[in-house]
Ligand binder design. Structure first.
Ligand code: SF4
Ligand code: MG
Length: 327
């Protein structure tokens, strides 16, 4: 399998004034393979949007390296930067806020065509109409304004706008969180269909675990700026290793109540600590039902503990368990 994106030990810190630093994303590493959907889940404030925005260069990484199609994205310039800006697109959570209310839908969708000089005049109109049809809308919608559309339709417009420049990689930042449940599946199914037809790769950011499992080939779980677990989505749901993943999954209703895998609900104590002063050692330790002494003193390393199943937790590190026993 071909890697399309590599994220290597990336940190994104923001200044919070008075010398304080928000460690929004801290030491994250993962890869995305061409044609797959990698889901990223976690509670709000865990850094999942921040990593998405850092990957697409809306933010500059504080440390670490991001490679797209084998090339670092840090110093892209001129033609390479232009190509990157076309090949990687983003779909946002709030389709209304991200669509200019004064522009017609046709002009919104054609923005990328204009910027990248891909089509003019009649060709431009034709492309817009094709894009509208691709996302389940029609020509008549091109001359209307965003406020005339429902939330689901607006998200379709956002998708058409992203597709206009023929991207390879789409970062979808909670694309369905603002939509009615009945509309969510329609948008996700549209995204899956487009992926098959166009060979797209998705980074799908969400807090809803059930929808993420449905759309993703692999799923990564984030907590307080760290990636804590990453695995094939079925494996992650069947055999979660990290105590935080276990807790998150215990809250997801399982469709079949007779299923033996039905889990007991794990209620986590306390709130997510501030990313300004995160706990020492493992950031989850203040809430972890399985925390040990070593968890306060040493940051667990990101390890592949089974083929393609990564986790950062001392419970799965022999060295850590030995030290813990010796105490
Ligand atoms: Fe819990 Fe320790 Fe594992 Fe962190 S490293 S998740 S505190 S057991
Ligand atoms: Mg967010």
């Amino acid at each position: 399998v071909e890697k399309i994106l590599e994220v290597n030990q990336v940190k994104k810190h923001f200044s919070a004034g008075r010398g304080q630093v928000v460690q929004a994303v801290d030491n994250i590493s993962f890869e995305v393979y061409k044609g797959e959907t990698l889901g990223l889940v976690g509670e709000s404030g865990c850094g999942k949007s921040t990593i998405g925005r850092t990957i697409i260069r809306l933010y500059e990484a504080t440390e670490g390296e991001i490679r797209f199609k084998g090339k670092t994205t840090k110093d892209l310039k001129g033609r390479d930067l232009k190509r990157f800006n076309r090949e990687m697109q983003m779909i946002f959570q709030d389709p209304y806020a991200s669509l200019n209310p004064r522009m017609t839908v046709g002009d919104i969708i054609a923005e990328g065509l204009d910027i990248h000089d891909l089509a003019k005049g009649r060709e431009r109109r034709k492309t817009v109409v094709e894009l509208l049809r691709t996302v389940g809308l029609n020509e008549e919608h091109a001359d209307r304004f965003p406020h005339e559309f429902s939330g689901g339709q607006r998200q379709r417009i956002g998708i058409a706008r992203a597709l206009a420049v023929d991207p390879d990689f789409i970062i979808a930042d909670e694309p369905i969180s603002a939509l009615d449940v009945s509309i969510q599946a329609q948008v996700v199914n549209l995204m899956k269909k487009l992926q098959r037809e166009k060979g797209l790769t998705y980074l799908f950011i969400a807090h809803d675990l059930s929808m993420v499992k449905y759309i993703s080939d692999r799923v990564g779980v984030m907590y307080l700026g760290n990636l804590v677990e990453l695995a094939d989505s079925q494996e992650l749901y069947d055999t979660p290793l990290h105590p935080y993943t276990e807790a998150l999954l215990s809250a997801v209703p399982i469709p079949d109540p007779n299923n033996e895998k039905r889990r007991e609900r794990i209620i986590l104590k306390g709130d997510v600590p501030s990313p300004i002063n995160p706990p020492s050692g493992c950031r989850f330790r203040t809430r972890c039902p399985k925390a040990m002494d070593i968890c306060a003193n040493e940051v667990p390393t990101w390890q592949e503990v089974r083929p393609m199943h990564w986790v950062s937790c001392h419970l799965y590190q022999e060295e850590s368990l030995k030290k813990e026993e010796g105490q």
